[in-house]
Design a protein around this ligand. Structure first.
Ligand code: COA
Length: 498
């Protein structure tokens, strides 16, 4: 078994326990790991590191870079051990989020496509150790990554040392799914030669200098991917509105009948949208996105999707079982890429990707907040939503029109934090309807959003706010009122007028 997974004989004497490998990590180091939403991240070494810190009470802290969100064994264990000083670029783990929001962890919320370049260019300082989950190591010593690619190739290339966790839980048949291409640094960078989501342009393994590999640790822990709750009525209505919008674009001749490559964000609404496509009349679809989740398997099984390109295979335990039972078929239709390629602005713009992401709140002019609740509490991070929105053929945001049982309007006078500006956001969809903002002036956008997307409990209030400003200037706000809705919620527990 061991020699099947670790084929380079010289590496067998580098096998050690997770605790021995964790002892290589010193205070102040920058540790960069594999892992993307939350698939393919190392588990044994971070758990051992957290245990060591708790046992020894050393107060050791590290800077932690990943692809995107990772599981509890990494973000959770290390956050609870007080071991994270600086974290980037995206997280979804509760304890890590709490420590970010109380100021204990410095969080750098970055566009996912930027991270590999920032490491390559030296903008983030040196990476001391890369910890990479693999399914196997080849005779040449090359790494076969597991369920995600994220920033792994750039981390391996730029780190001073590499620890490999060989996870025997993942099927070794994953070998061949990855397509690893690393751009050169400017001024020598070439165009990324992807002209269709199905194009393969690189290797299926990651090269690493053997003397950089300092430890190999065995693991058998599965990715901790949760199943989605069943789709509620509001999400279903948003999915129906979105599919109706796409059908209308086809009718008007602005999209081909099999659409253009689709990107779908994270969360329950995104899941409902992909579920809605299974029931739609669209076929021969392609996906150029980040995360391949269970709903993508549904789309492949129903014959709707011919090819799905992403950076991670984020499958629930049931989804993984299904994947393993039909691995040959799925392997022919799924490609895993580094996130600088899955999220590359150049490729997204060339392919004409239709981006579909979820907003926390939207303002009447079409600015979107995806990250900070009430402008001050970090939720997850911008993730890839900016990479896709800014460069999409059509950029779409969905959000329920209200949150917290109706006490919050998701459409507000002014967003309390802005991730996506009105220059990039084209379509807003709530369960109430669709606002098409393309080619509209700010005043026209406000009218379209209020008329089509706002919940009835807040429509008159927003009209009143807007009408007070109308015709005053290009974008008009009363600065004393613009954030008063948020302030009122924080004071009274509702944005509604008493
Ligand atoms: N004001 C205050 N709170 C709000 C809110 C608003 N306008 N809208 C939602 N919330 C709260 C919800 O009540 C919920 O709170 P809870 O955790 O206490 O239950 C929380 O925000 C998440 O909302 P939910 O409806 O469960 O969201 P979701 O699972 O659909 O995720 C995002 C929505 C925006 C958080 C998620 O899509 C995200 O992180 N996006 C940014 C990254 C991204 O887009 N990545 C994809 C790019 S490929």
């Amino acid at each position: 078994m061991m020699t099947e997974r670790i084929q380079k004989k010289e590496y067998l004497n580098k096998i050690m326990t997770a605790m021995e490998a964790a002892s290589l990590i010193k205070d102040g180091m920058t540790i960069a790991t594999s892992g993307f939403t939350p698939a393919g991240y190392p588990k044994e070494v971070p758990k051992a590191l957290a245990e060591r810190i708790k046992r020894e009470g050393t107060g050791l802290k590290i800077n932690l870079f990943t692809g995107a969100s990772v599981g509890d064994e990494l973000d959770g264990e290390l956050a609870r051990a007080g071991a994270i000083k600086r974290r980037l670029p995206y997280q979804t783990q509760k304890d890590c989020r709490d420590k970010i929001n109380c100021g204990e962890i410095d969080y750098i919320d970055m566009h996912l496509s930027h991270v590999s370049d920032f490491v390559r260019y030296g903008f983030l300082g040196k990476v001391d150790i890369a910890i990479i989950e693999a399914i196997a190591i080849t005779e040449e010593g090359y790494i076969i990554p597991s369920t995600s690619l994220g920033n792994t190739p750039a981390f391996v290339e730029n780190a001073e040392a590499v620890i490999i966790e060989v996870n025997t839980r993942h099927p070794k048949e994953l070998q061949g799914m990855h397509d690893i291409y690393q751009p050169l640094k400017p001024p020598n960078r070439k165009p990324i030669p992807i002209i269709s989501p199905k194009d393969r342009i690189g290797d299926t393994f990651i090269k690493v200098k053997p003397d950089k590999v300092k430890a190999i640790v065995l693991s058998d822990i599965p990715d901790s991917v949760k199943s989605f709750p069943s789709i509620d009525e509001t999400s279903q209505q948003m999915a129906d509105n979105l599919i109706g919008f796409l059908e209308n674009e086809v009718k008007k001749g602005r999209l081909p009948e099999n659409l253009l490559p689709l990107q779908s964000g994270v969360g329950s609404v995104a899941n409902a949208v992909l579920g809605g496509l299974v029931k739609s009349k669209f076929c021969n679809l392609s996906i150029y996105s980040e995360v391949i989740q269970d709903s993508v398997l549904d789309l492949i099984d129903s014959g709707k999707v011919n090819i799905a390109s992403g950076s991670s295979l984020t499958l629930s335990p049931k989804g993984m079982e299904r994947f393993c039972n039909n691995i040959k078929e799925y392997k022919s239709k799924i490609i895993l890429r580094p996130q600088e390629i899955s999220n590359s602005p150049e490729v997204i713009r060339r392919l004409g990707v239709i981006s579909m992401n979820t907003a926390i709140e939207v303002d009447i002019y079409g600015n979107v907040n995806s990250t900070n609740i009430m402008g001050t509490k970090m939720m997850n991070g911008i993730g890839g939503s900016g990479d896709f929105t800014r460069n999409a053929f059509i950029s779409i945001f969905t959000t329920p029109s209200t949150a917290k049982a109706g006490s919050i309007s998701s459409i507000v006078p002014l967003v309390s934090h802005c991730d996506h500006t009105e220059h990039d956001v084209q379509i807003i969809i709530t369960e109430q309807g669709v606002a098409d903002l393309r080619g509209l002036s700010p005043k026209e956008k406000a009218k379209a959003i209020i008329d089509n997307c706002v919940h009835s409990s807040y429509k008159d209030m927003l009209r009143e706010y807007f009408n007070k400003q109308m015709n005053k200037c290009h974008i008009s706000h009363r600065l004393d009122e613009a954030l008063s809705w948020h302030y009122k919620f924080l004071q009274t527990g509702t944005m509604k007028n008493s």
